[in-house]
Design a protein around this ligand. Structure first.
Ligand SMILES: [Fe+2]
Length: 368
């Protein structure tokens, strides 16, 4: 029997490979349950990008995905990038353009503005430029970096990989035209949404309170997106699901409650520019206590084209709509209005009284 050898110093670590990478990038890292305003969040020079940036590593991601903010100085452009993780980009302010290409292939340019949503296809080269000389442009991206970096734990493979995913991006000149294919009127398969703030939504009865919604499949990603809107004086039903759904408020004022079953609630006040992520299997419920419709953009796991499996395990058997739209009493993950703690409605009425908004929840509680 040979003597055990001493393990080299630094072999073991309490940090994941992703956490080490993030710490080494030299920009601020924001943690917790939410960020109040991404538009004004402090950012610092980010060598890798050639602009300014900050990481957002919220509790509710379970380190399955992450977000970062990046700012392009007035009249400037970022360095060309490619990386082996998906990236959904939502433009917070300014306007500009992004050029996308495969090594040696034709370059394709799309123009964006505040409110635009798009995704450089996986591992394509892409370069962002600010189209205005007098003010910065800022975007936020949700990425699959934690999953990919932790599994591969080799940054060269992630950031200097020559493989071209032609199944995700063929170089077709109409790739970012904004045209899409609609499934059942509520899911759009597209690669560019010019303005999520004004995109036309479809009604969605299942989550309650006269809400409307539309979902997006972008750039053949495994991540997906949706927009939801709910009227003045209303709130949605509580529900729960897996980690990593980044909720960006794009209009209105209100608050959300997040809680693990039977435990204390976390209260998050929000307005345009806020982001939060409900942790895995925590109930969460969104309240519009302001004077105008509330709309949010969710960037998350859950493509319907490219399933990861978790959604199927939880969503398949109760109804075709899936467990997140089915009452907990029927084995689903949604709390119906009549089953919720009466204090939820009372707190909402108090919040509306403060802002002067009229409560319009009665008809949802007395539905036959
Ligand atoms: Fe949710």
């Amino acid at each position: 029997m040979t003597e055990p050898k001493e393990i080299a110093k630094g072999t073991f670590s309490d940090l994941t490979t992703y956490e080490k990478w993030v710490r080494g990038e030299g920009i601020p890292i924001y943690t917790g349950f939410f960020v109040e305003d991404l538009r004004t969040l402090a950012v610092e020079p980010w060598e890798r990008k050639g602009g300014l940036g900050a990481f957002i590593n919220l509790e509710g991601t379970g380190q399955t995905n992450d977000a970062y903010v990046c700012e392009i100085p007035p009249g400037g452009s970022l360095k060309p990038q490619r990386q082996l993780f998906e990236e959904l980009i939502y433009v917070l302010s300014g306007r500009g353009a992004t050029t996308v290409w495969h090594e040696g292939g034709k370059k394709l340019t799309l123009e964006w503005q505040a409110g635009s949503l798009f995704s450089p296809p996986l591992n394509t080269w892409h370069q962002h430029l600010n189209g205005q000389g007098d003010q910065p442009a800022r975007y936020v991206a949700v990425t699959t970096a934690p999953t990919m970096i932790n599994l591969i734990h080799n940054l060269d493979f992630i950031f200097a990989n020559p493989y071209q995913f032609t199944d995700r991006f063929s170089g077709d000149k109409d790739f970012f035209s904004g045209d899409g294919v609609s499934y059942e009127g509520r899911v759009w398969d597209t690669n560019f949404v010019a303005d999520v703030t004004n995109f036309k939504l479809s009604t969605w009865e299942a989550r309650g309170a006269g809400g409307s919604n539309v979902m997006f499949e972008l750039a053949n990603n495994t991540m997906a997106a949706h927009i939801s809107e709910f009227p003045v004086g209303t709130y949605k039903k509580a529900h729960r699901h897996g980690p990593g759904a980044h909720v960006f408020i794009i209009s209105g004022n209100g608050y959300s409650l997040l809680w693990p079953e039977g435990k204390e609630m976390v209260h998050v006040d929000w307005h345009v520019g806020s982001v939060f992520v409900p942790p895995e299997r925590w109930f969460h419920q969104h309240f519009n206590s302001g004077a105008q419709p509330a709309r949010y953009l969710a960037l998350r796991w859950g493509s319907r084209k490219y399933r990861r499996g978790e959604e199927l395990a939880r969503g398949r058997d109760v109804t075709t709509a899936g467990k997140s739209e089915t009452s907990v009493k029927l084995g689903g993950d949604q709390l119906e209005y009549e089953d919720e703690d009466p204090r939820i409605l009372q707190t909402f009425k108090d919040a509306c009284a403060k802002s002067g908004a009229e409560v319009r929840m009665d008809r949802f509680f007395h539905k036959k």
